[in-house]
Design a protein around this ligand. Structure first.
Ligand SMILES: *[C@@H]1O[C@H](CO)[C@@H](O)[C@H](O)[C@H]1NC(C)=O
Ligand SMILES: *[C@@H]1O[C@H](CO)[C@@H](O)[C@H](O)[C@H]1NC(C)=O
Ligand SMILES: *[C@@H]1O[C@H](CO)[C@@H](O)[C@H](O)[C@H]1NC(C)=O
Ligand SMILES: *[C@@H]1O[C@H](CO)[C@@H](O)[C@H](O)[C@H]1NC(C)=O
Ligand SMILES: *[C@@H]1O[C@H](CO)[C@@H](O)[C@H](O)[C@H]1NC(C)=O
Ligand SMILES: *[C@@H]1O[C@H](CO)[C@@H](O)[C@H](O)[C@H]1NC(C)=O
Ligand SMILES: *[C@@H]1O[C@H](CO)[C@@H](O)[C@H](O)[C@H]1NC(C)=O
Ligand SMILES: *[C@@H]1O[C@H](CO)[C@@H](O)[C@H](O)[C@H]1NC(C)=O
Ligand SMILES: *[C@@H]1O[C@H](CO)[C@@H](O)[C@H](O)[C@H]1NC(C)=O
Ligand SMILES: *[C@@H]1O[C@H](CO)[C@@H](O)[C@H](O)[C@H]1NC(C)=O
Ligand SMILES: *[C@@H]1O[C@H](CO)[C@@H](O)[C@H](O)[C@H]1NC(C)=O
Ligand SMILES: [Cu+2]
Length: 434
């Protein structure tokens, strides 16, 4: 009886999974004529020296930040990840819509198992039809994303252009965390100690892998972006730090925000940005100031009490004009960069952004709102009893519901068609039609 049911389900799933997508893909293929790109990522340990200290950490192809994926809108990407490290990981394609393709999106133990040391796994990365601008990728296992991440650049589709004058050049600004210790070990301690006092902190922030002039041993390798006078450049800024909101500004240059998270915005001129972890921002700058060297700076925005100590170092890079002039001894510092506790600048920033919403870049949101939901996200001590023992555990929750590890593998249940017996009835029906 049961096996008959399973056969029925299998046939149904064949129809739904193979035939319907094949028809849909055929239809989509006739709409968009993108190219297909193949990348190889090699995960391995590499030695780096920052803040005068050396350490070994996991990277892709020995680089921090890792390689850039650079495509046009409508293109398809395959990435074969070869794990030559001794730690299993997955890779997540942050912000990529991956429509009907969650099995290739990386959250480990949820949609896939870790890529074990010595093996490889090929990801198919499907961008949304409307995605254009900057996104990023990062490892999604424990805290490996601190050192395993890189930018994704989505240029306008072939034959189309930006919704602003084509920039004369562009530069990636990937802002990362630097931890002098082993982040995975330190987090383990943090979760076993369960005290906020033991919460570890970044030792510095980096711009394109370099903490810059203002930290010990930073000066020689500071990231520099060479520009010509009188031009317009596109900066693609990625906040790849582990858990911290950042302010970013450039001395004596305003920023015109034109996009965020792979979507265009209405142009907004401002002297600084506040960027959340995981977020990207595309900004234009006009290089019309006196020939010279100008610091770009990134520092933390925090709502912690003044009494809590935190990484208060400012990561710097240099915007350097080409031409004949005597270079300054010290580049000028961005006085427009807000300070750590400037809540007005920090909280006031995001509400300034608006979608571009033009016929070429529409925003199709439902306008008829029929249900309003109140959703509370929080992190609290969650208390429960397990086998007679009272346990108090730090955990996240949505409307007071927290994630508990299921007692059977949800992945196996999906792949072996056990889901009617593992998931709830409603969810099983939902999966059947997925
Ligand atoms: C990474 O390194 C491998 C092996 O050296 C190379 O084949 C591959 O092209 C590199 N990938 C990127 C994105 O640079
Ligand atoms: C990294 O540094 C450690 C300690 O200094 C050293 O033992 C190891 O051989 C280095 N690894 C590489 C790949 O250079
Ligand atoms: C990648 O893994 C497959 C098995 O999944 C194996 O057949 C193939 O040889 C591996 N390729 C490389 C380059 O290691
Ligand atoms: C956490 O507790 C361990 C002992 O269980 C101790 O060695 C370690 O120093 C503590 N870590 C922090 C960050 O407090
Ligand atoms: C930046 O924008 C402000 C407000 O629009 C303006 O007052 C200021 O002169 C601009 N600064 C530069 C360097 O262009
Ligand atoms: C520099 O360019 C900005 C943006 O186009 C403009 O607002 C500003 O007035 C210019 N400043 C100078 C000194 O030309
Ligand atoms: C911060 O520390 C000062 C001096 O120790 C103390 O007076 C103040 O109450 C503390 N503030 C908070 C919010 O804990
Ligand atoms: C940064 O933090 C250190 C250590 O907590 C402190 O001594 C220093 O005064 C702080 N600097 C600033 C600019 O807040
Ligand atoms: C909005 O949706 C509701 C429920 O579907 C419908 O009854 C109502 O007519 C809609 N209103 C408009 C203005 O479309
Ligand atoms: C959970 O336990 C902690 C420590 O025992 C306590 O402070 C907290 O109020 C409890 N939370 C709830 C929701 O009961
Ligand atoms: C949250 O859930 C706990 C445990 O189920 C319950 O005791 C508590 O009343 C709930 N709190 C709210 C605000 O619903
Ligand atoms: Cu992410």
């Amino acid at each position: 009886m049961k096996s008959k049911e399973m056969m029925g389900l299998k046939k149904m799933r064949f129809l739904l999974e193979v035939l319907v997508p094949a028809l849909l893909t055929g239809m989509l293929a006739s709409m968009a004529e993108g190219r297909t790109h193949y990348y190889d990522f090699v995960l391995k340990e590499t030695n780096f020296t920052r803040l005068c200290k050396s350490k070994s950490m996991m990277t892709v192809n020995d680089s921090f930040p890792g390689p850039v994926i650079r495509i046009h809108r409508g293109d398809l990407v395959y990435v074969n990840v070869h794990n030559q490290d001794d730690f299993g990981v997955t890779i997540h394609w942050h912000g990529v819509k991956q429509t009907r393709n969650p099995w290739s999106d990386g959250p480990d133990h949820i949609t896939q198992c870790r890529i074990q040391p010595g093996t490889n796994f090929t990801y198919k990365v499907i961008f949304g039809e409307d995605q254009e601008g900057t996104l990023w990728w990062h490892a999604h296992s424990d805290w490996t994303r601190a050192s395993v991440h890189g930018a994704i650049v989505i240029l306008p589709a072939e034959g189309t252009t930006y919704p602003f004058p084509k920039p004369d050049g562009e530069h990636l600004v990937v802002i990362g965390s630097w931890f002098s210790g082993d982040l995975n070990k330190e987090f383990e301690e943090f979760f076993s100690n369960q005290t906020f006092e033991s919460l570890l902190d970044d030792n510095a922030f980096t711009i394109n892998g370099e903490p810059g002039d203002l930290v010990p041993c930073g000066r020689e390798t500071t990231d520099r972006y060479l520009v010509d006078y009188g031009k317009t450049y596109l900066l693609r800024i990625v906040n790849a730090v582990v858990n911290v909101e950042l302010f970013f500004a450039i001395s004596e240059h305003n920023l015109t925000i034109v996009g965020t998270d792979g979507t265009y915005t209405k142009p907004k001129v401002i002297s600084y940005i506040m960027i959340a972890p995981g977020q990207t921002m595309d900004v234009l700058i006009t290089t019309n100031q006196s020939l010279g060297h100008y610091y770009m700076g990134a520092r933390r925005f925090t709502t912690f009490s003044e009494n809590v100590s935190f990484d208060n170092m400012t990561a710097t890079a240099i915007l350097q004009y080409r031409g004949n002039y005597t270079p300054p001894v010290v580049p000028s510092f961005p006085t427009n960069l807000p300070t750590f506790h400037d809540s007005e600048s920090g909280l006031g920033f995001l509400p300034l952004l608006r979608s571009l919403a033009t016929p070429e870049h529409p925003v199709n949101v439902p306008l008829n709102i029929t249900t309003r939901m109140f959703i509370t996200a929080s992190i609290n001590l969650i208390n429960y009893t397990h086998e007679g023992t009272e346990i108090s555990h730090l955990g996240g929750s949505l409307n007071n519901i927290t994630f508990m590890d299921p007692s059977s593998s949800v992945l196996l249940a999906y792949y072996r068609y056990w889901y009617p017996f593992v998931y709830s009835l409603i969810f099983s029906i939902f999966i059947l039609f997925l």
